[in-house]
Design a protein around this ligand. Structure first.
Ligand code: TXA
Ligand code: MG
Length: 324
């Protein structure tokens, strides 16, 4: 059973467990991460075990400063500009792996690139304390909703890990935005907690979207973030017994007949909605409703990441090896 310690008392215990090769759950600004020493293959393998994650899903290596990042990834000018502008923060950059980088190959799952992110808060202190990058996928079992609170992580993974560091609810609430430089341009591999528009404004180029050849971000497969309930998107009316995930001030027709209602943002703010997204989805799923109806959510800003995750949550569940 996991011990839960608050972020201000957990640093020494967390560092000790990490250096001994154990995965632990840590708060980041996006979602909780299941972190382990990225230089230790057995420690990384334990992450895959705890999550029950398909082996081909590569992990993000988290760093605490630019020197550590430079020792792992080859930065092109555009990626460096984005790192300088948005790190620490909810942005992950996919870069060619630097020769001699001390990253265990299991972290990359065989790719010759590495996903790098510099988080804020407790996790950053922990990385600096252990002096090693931490591999950390979201702290949830494979295919389940990402944990945005210590309680949610405990319910899902508590029986399988030694420590959960409680940093309170995660402020951003969805995973980081993943971007990869391609030639002179940038490709959006996963919309997330940093709005694509902000990246485009800083970089001065449009983000390419859509599929590339091969499995560029394997965790981006269709059936991810699957709750137990079926999801019905863009609902304009609620059928009796459905749970309702609402957004904004106006309600879908017959909302008073819903089994339960959660409003992502009564004032219609996408950032607030992102922060509430996984916890509200989890709460509605816990009501046992067979269907969660979801009101339309505009695609601007963080709405893109929310809609992306809604589509995954609504996708058929029988896809082989789906989800991270
Ligand atoms: O906010 C976040 O990014 C959280 C926190 C804990 O940092 N982490 C997270 O990790 O969401 P995870 O493992 O759930 O998602 C990582 C995504 C996956 O879709 C994976 O396929 C992709 O990053 N990825 C990792 N390495 C990659 C690479 N070299 N090339 C392309 N995609 C990569
Ligand atoms: Mg994940």
């Amino acid at each position: 059973m996991a011990v839960i310690l608050t972020a201000d008392e957990a640093l020494e215990k967390a560092a000790e467990l990490i250096l001994a090769g154990n995965p632990i759950a840590v708060p980041t600004e996006t979602v909780y991460g299941l972190a382990a020493d990225a230089t230790n293959g057995e420690a990384v393998a334990r992450i895959y075990e705890v999550k029950g994650r398909p082996r081909f899903n590569p992990l993000i290596a988290h760093v605490s400063d630019m020197d550590m990042a430079d020792a792992i990834g080859e930065f092109d000018p555009l990626s460096r500009l984005l790192a300088e502008k948005f790190w620490p923060g909810p942005l992950t950059l996919v870069l060619p792996l630097k020769a001699g980088a001390r990253i265990h190959p299991l972290v990359r799952a065989g790719l010759d690139t590495i996903a790098l992110r510099m988080p804020t808060g407790f996790t950053s202190c922990l990385i600096a304390r252990v002096g090693r990058p931490l591999a950390a996928p979201s702290a949830n079992s494979s295919g389940r909703i990402s944990g945005t609170s210590a309680v949610a992580v405990d319910a899902d993974l508590g029986a399988r890990i030694a420590l959960i560091v409680d940093g309170g609810p995660t402020p951003v609430g969805v995973e980081s935005t993943i971007v990869k430089a391609e030639g002179e341009g940038l490709r959006l591999l996963r919309p997330g907690g940093l709005a694509a528009e902000e990246i485009e404004a800083a970089a001065g180029v449009r983000l390419e979207r859509g599929k590339t050849a091969g499995l560029e971000a394997p965790g981006m497969m269709a059936s991810h973030y699957a709750p137990g309930a079926k999801m019905r998107l863009n609902a304009s009316a609620v059928s009796p017994g459905e749970a309702l995930l609402a957004f904004g001030p106006a309600r879908a027709k017959d909302a008073e007949g819903a089994k339960a209602v959660r409003n992502l943002s009564p004032k219609g703010d996408a950032r607030e909605a992102a922060a509430n997204f996984f916890s509200m989805l989890r709460e509605l799923d816990a009501t046992g409703a067979a269907v969660i109806a979801v009101e339309p959510i505009p695609a601007a800003g963080l709405g893109e990441a929310i809609n992306d995750r809604l589509r995954r949550a609504a996708a058929p569940r029988d896809i082989e090896g789906a989800s991270a």
